[in-house]
Design a protein around this ligand. Structure first.
Ligand code: URP
Ligand code: ZN
Ligand code: ZN
Length: 472
């Protein structure tokens, strides 16, 4: 009987803090040993010339999330987690959305029904709080946090999602009492309404005006307000999908004062600009997301923030609405005004290859920072570490083996999501995940799926207690 189930030999292994040539042995779904000259295993993988990393943790993606209207997300837990796995991700954290007037626990129950039996990889849930009534904050939320739902997103924009300032303060205060983490979508709703109406009055309703209705100031002001409220309450905060220089500068200023502010950014702010909303016909609608992509100077600031630690997390914000679909981008018609186009773009499968190729491959970030941003930090921040986000003895054996030399020209046909486009069509990247292992089971090998849907487990998340360790 061989002592290990699986061994990966001869690869360059990297964690968030070090890299070297070690073999990794797996037993019963866990990392059992790291070292050299380890004894034989039932399955041996030769990773000579390859890079061996903890599987990605995508801590911001939307799967089968009810929209409250006729639009429908194209990916459910089956297609979404399949696509994530092909892109080197082994854990996803999508959102259980509370509907206004309804409870939070029922949103979580409903979301479990949507996920049950479908996922290829493990998953946890954030919640979206849209109606922080006394019952929700006083009773439901503490119970849910206790049960492993320890992070929730709140919105400062979108009529059916946004909270007012008093509600934001109450949510932050509950998070403080219960040791949970509030993630904020920071854009000023009134400014957006004001600008949108002015644009509409002038007939300026094409996709490119989405960016004009949500300029950097709108995000900058909301970031400032959200972080100021977190300071008032004395509670850390995480700003999601930071898009450019102005919001980054706000966050840098607060961090310089020692405030516990965490920030996330996403591929669309590195690889798209607002010009991508200005395409022929209605094609710019493919790139309508909020906040919108900015300028190439903003992209440089986002790279700086990834390099210098301003950003703790790099997520996809995969929000899958098909383009040529009456349930997707065309839900309000072929040439609907930007106000009526569902916001969001797909990116689960391309998140890691894009950052690997343009970040690690072009020496903008090193391999350790890549691991930190895409796996270790999200696992730590959302209470999944060291089970996820690490290749340490005892951690789940969630491992992605990369071929650092493989060149891939991204085409939607190659991807496994259920969306009819990718914003990155035709872009060539170098480096692609070759083998993906989840809890010791090979899920992807040689670009083929090797596991069954439904094998993914739900992961309860620990409370947000250890954030002081995360600030370095
Ligand atoms: O446009 C976006 N980002 N859509 C997804 C929902 C969100 O706000 O993250
Ligand atoms: Zn958002
Ligand atoms: Zn999102």
């Amino acid at each position: 009987m061989k002592p290990y189930d699986l061994i990966i030999r001869n690869g360059l292994v990297a964690s968030a803090s070090e890299m070297g040539h070690w073999d990794i042995a797996v037993k019963d779904g866990k990392v059992a040993a790291l070292g050299t000259a380890l004894p034989d295993a039932a399955i041996e993988i030769d990773a000579t010339g390859k890079i061996v990393l903890p599987g990605g943790v995508d801590a911001h993606c939307h799967l089968d999330e009810p929209t409250g209207g006729p639009a429908r997300m194209a990916d459910d837990f089956r297609s979404g987690t399949l696509s994530a796995a092909f892109g080197g991700t082994t854990t996803v954290i999508p959102f259980a959305r509370q509907m206004k007037g309804a409870g939070l626990a029922e949103a979580v129950e409903d979301y479990h029904r949507r996920a049950d039996g479908k996922a290829y990889i493990d998953y946890a849930f954030h919640m979206i709080i849209t109606d922080p009534s006394k019952a929700v904050l006083g009773e439901e939320l503490p119970r849910l946090i206790d049960a492993g739902y320890s992070s929730f997103k709140i919105y400062m924009t979108y009529d059916d999602l946004k909270l007012n300032d008093r509600q934001i303060l109450e949510v932050l205060d509950t998070a403080r009492q219960e040791q949970a983490l509030v993630m904020v979508h920071a854009e000023n709703a009134d400014c957006i309404d004001f600008l949108t109406e002015r644009l509409e009055a002038r007939g300026l309703t094409g996709p490119k005006f989405h960016a004009a209705a949500r300029p950097p100031l709108v995000e900058r002001e909301a970031v400032h307000r959200a972080v100021a409220y977190s300071e008032l309450v004395g509670q850390p905060i995480l700003i999601v999908h930071v898009s450019g220089a102005e919001a980054s500068a706000q966050i840098a200023g607060f961090k310089a004062r020692g405030l516990p502010v965490f920030a996330e950014t996403c591929p669309q702010y590195l690889f798209l600009t607002k010009d991508d909303l200005d395409l022929r016909h209605f094609d710019g609608a493919k790139h309508i997301c909020s906040p919108p992509p900015r300028t190439s100077a903003d992209q440089q600031e986002i790279w700086n923030g990834l390099r210098n630690g301003l950003f703790s997390v790099f997520s996809s914000d995969h929000a899958p609405f098909s383009f040529d679909s009456a349930e997707g981008k065309k839900v309000a018609g072929e040439n609907a005004p930007f106000r009526k186009v569902p916001n969001g773009i797909p990116g689960l499968e391309t998140r890691l290859p894009l950052l690997f190729s343009e970040g690690v491959g072009k020496n903008r970030i090193d391999l350790c920072r890549f691991v930190k941003l895409t796996s270790t930090n999200p696992a730590k921040i959302y209470g999944l570490f060291p089970r996820k986000g690490a290749l340490a003895v005892g951690s789940d054996a969630d491992i992605t083996i990369w071929d650092p030399d493989r060149q891939v020209t991204i085409r939607n046909d190659l991807l496994h999501h259920n969306v009819d486009y990718t914003p990155y069509e035709g872009r060539t990247v170098t480096g692609w995940p070759e083998t993906v292992i989840s809890r010791g089971e090979i899920v992807i090998v040689k670009s083929q799926i090797a596991a069954e849907a439904g094998r993914g487990h739900f992961l309860p998340c620990a409370r947000f207690e250890h954030w002081k360790d995360l600030r370095a």
